[in-house]
Design a binder for this molecule. Structure first.
Ligand SMILES: [Zn+2]
Length: 57
């Protein structure tokens, strides 16, 4: 899974990486990923360079 991030609100040594709940294109080579922490419910976004991860159809 691309675009994994960690919650800054409850980050600990054993915090699992959080997968985005939504990834929105933000230009031809960028995306904005939206996250919701499963532990504390914090919501945040993070911009990324687009990664080629289209599943084979
Ligand atoms: Zn959290």
């Amino acid at each position: 899974m691309a675009y994994l991030d960690t919650c800054n609100n409850c980050l600990t040594a054993d915090s699992p990486a959080v997968a985005p709940v939504k990834v929105t294109p933000d230009g031809p080579e960028a995306v904005v990923a939206t996250y919701r922490c499963p532990a504390c419910g914090a919501v945040w976004i993070c911009g990324w360079a687009a990664q080629d991860e289209e599943p084979a159809a």
